[in-house]
Design a protein around this ligand. Structure first.
Ligand code: FMN
Length: 162
């Protein structure tokens, strides 16, 4: 079984999760913002996308128009930290594609000097998280991912990809 983990990350979270999943599944890993893989070569494609203002990237939407033998999806987003099911229904279900597995994983909010967020993006993240009551340190790297959930997703993928 040949597996591809394809990702479209704006700030690096779903890229990092993709590389972790790829290592565990001995899969190829590709950034679809930079490369256009031939999905026909793969029995299973796992697509990972970061959410920004409710959206995946334009290239992600185009990529998902491919005909896949089997496609699974995960998103990384703030909503998943609060309510994973809501995140799936808001960001994955409207895509309207049949996924063999789907999941939403929590966000990373980096407020250090290495952050990929600009000043305005940091401001937006701060406003939303203050409103939602998410505990963040606005001078640090906040990792709100639950790696056990990511490991469970990988276990499910192993079962469906036998
Ligand atoms: C400007 C901005 C807008 C965001 N908008 C949303 C959003 O609409 N919904 C959400 O659940 N998370 C939102 N997030 C949180 C991101 O989804 C989260 O940081 C995630 O880790 C991004 O994944 P990526 O690093 O792979 O792009 C936003 C983050 C930023 C910086």
């Amino acid at each position: 079984m040949k597996i591809l983990i394809a990702h479209a990350s704006r700030y690096g979270n779903c890229e990092e999760v993709s590389k972790y999943i790829a290592k565990k599944l001995k899969a190829d890993v590709i950034n679809i913002e930079k490369e256009n893989p031939n999905v026909e070569n793969y029995d299973l494609v796992v697509f990972g996308a970061g959410i920004k203002i409710g959206r995946i990237t334009k290239k992600s939407r185009k990529f998902l128009e491919n005909d896949f033998k089997n496609i699974a999806i995960f998103v990384t987003c703030g909503e998943a930290y609060r309510d994973e099911k809501k995140a799936i229904s808001e960001y994955i279900d409207p895509i309207g594609k049949k996924f063999i597995a789907k999941a939403a994983f929590g966000p990373v909010f980096d407020f250090t000097k290495n952050s990929k967020m600009n000043f305005i993006e940091k401001f937006i993240v701060r406003k939303i998280n203050e409103k939602e009551g998410t505990p963040l340190d606005y001078s640090k790297y906040n990792d709100l991912r639950d790696w056990k959930k990511i490991d469970n997703f990988i276990s499910n993928l192993k079962k469906v990809s036998i």
